[in-house]
Design a protein around this ligand. Structure first.
Ligand code: NAD
Ligand code: UDP
Length: 338
């Protein structure tokens, strides 16, 4: 298939490009580099042994998007990773998040439809479940109250794409709800490259390990969990990328709107992840217990059985690989892609 990968220079998109090329697909990566650099695609090219076609496009700019479609053979599908994703930043800059994430998707879907490409796989998030109705979280769990504008954009985009399908059933929409993607490609060539101090647990751990940060703060040890720290469903980014390739099957059988959780189905606490990291890498992670982070919930993990049943996908890599690969990337690239 010929696949448009928006946001393909970013963390998850770049890993998806590797898996798509490996499976024999052709791609065009479109990104405005607001949170990434083209260096990631040079690294992807090194991994797959071929150059990766790229256009610098802001998806909110209709003319740019039109030009991109006109210059390409017809796309069979778009994997839509592009978007702003920092939860805290979205609370401080709500209009920027709504404007960027919603407008880019609206322009993209409109131009796709006009060019006869009506297949989209969207990067959604488990955040749309809010405080979930039940654990493990299944796809039929109702959407919950979402506490930040970033998560709202995910929920709204899910609705927009669902409405696009309702208006024109020729569309196929796959909504992939990611749990907690971590890790990096085992080559150590690509990985997560956050700007500023990381908010998420694994990049914080790796930056402590490499000496950029002094110690990890663990946000609360008085939750109702076995060791008191928060439990999440961490998934290796390579497994997540493979899930996208498998999701192409749903489009091929005209799925309409299909929702899949992408997670492992196994929860790890913060302390378990820190201990797994120290064991996998031999690097000590100093930490101290801090107050709970507002908005966090105690336990969150997926039931990923629908993706296994319908797509034949399940996560294969364990927490050891997640830690070892995240560390290889960080150790080899202490300044990220710079
Ligand atoms: P990322 O920031 O590394 O990648 C997103 C890419 O989108 C960046 O390269 C950025 O430059 C690009 N982009 C943003 N706005 C754009 C615009 N208007 N036009 C063109 N390009 C634009 O993020 P990621 O971690 O790779 O996440 C990919 C997707 O998955 C995002 O939509 C994110 O919200 C979603 N997601 C991520 C996580 C996670 O933990 N990383 C979890 C759930 C969902
Ligand atoms: N966490 C932590 N210290 C940090 C970052 C995160 O203790 O510096 C905890 C957080 O409270 C949660 C877990 O690690 O229990 C995962 O947090 P992350 O921000 O990575 O993901 P999310 O909150 O989106 O699930």
């Amino acid at each position: 298939m010929h696949i448009l990968v928006t946001g393909g220079t970013g963390y998850i998109g770049s890993h998806a490009v590797v898996e798509l090329i490996r499976e024999g697909h052709t791609v065009l990566v479109a990104d405005n580099l607001v949170n990434s650099t083209e260096e990631s695609l040079r690294r992807v090219a090194q991994i797959v042994g071929q150059p990766i076609p790229f256009v610098n496009v802001d998806l909110r700019e209709r003319e740019q998007v039109e030009r991109m479609f006109q210059a390409q053979p017809k796309f069979d599908c778009c994997m839509h990773f592009a978007g702003l994703k920092a939860v805290g930043e979205s609370v401080a800059q709500p209009l920027r998040y709504y404007e960027n994430n919603l407008n880019s998707t609206i322009v993209l879907a409109d131009v796709m439809g006009k060019h006869g490409c009506k297949n989209i796989i969207f990067s959604s998030s488990a955040t749309v479940y809010g405080t979930p109705d039940h654990i493990p979280v299944t796809e039929d769990c109702p959407k919950g109250i979402i506490s930040n504008p970033y998560g709202q954009t995910k929920s709204m985009i899910e609705q927009i794409l669902t409405d696009v399908h309702t208006a024109d059933p020729g569309w196929n929409v796959v909504l992939l709800r990611y749990f907690n993607p971590i890790g990096a490609h085992p080559s150590g060539l690509i990985g997560e490259d956050p700007t500023g101090t990381p908010n998420n647990l694994m990049p914080y751990i790796t930056q402590v390990a490499v000496g950029k940060l002094k110690e990890l703060g663990i946000f609360g040890n008085d939750y109702d969990t076995p060791d008191g720290t928060g439990v999440r469903d961490y998934i290796h980014v390579v497994d997540l990328a493979k899930g996208h390739v498998k999701a192409l099957q749903a489009l091929e059988r005209n799925c309409g709107v299909a929702i899949y959780n992408l997670g492992t189905g196994r929860g790890y606490s913060v302390l378990e992840l820190v201990n797994a990291f120290m064991k996998a890498t031999g690097v000590n992670i100093p930490y101290s217990i801090k107050p709970r982070r507002p908005g966090d919930i105690a336990i969150y993990y997926s039931d990923p059985s629908k993706a296994k049943r319908e797509l034949g996908w399940e996560a294969e890599l364990g927490v050891e690989e997640m830690c070892a690969d995240a560390w290889r990337w960080q150790e080899n690239n202490p300044q990220g892609f710079q």
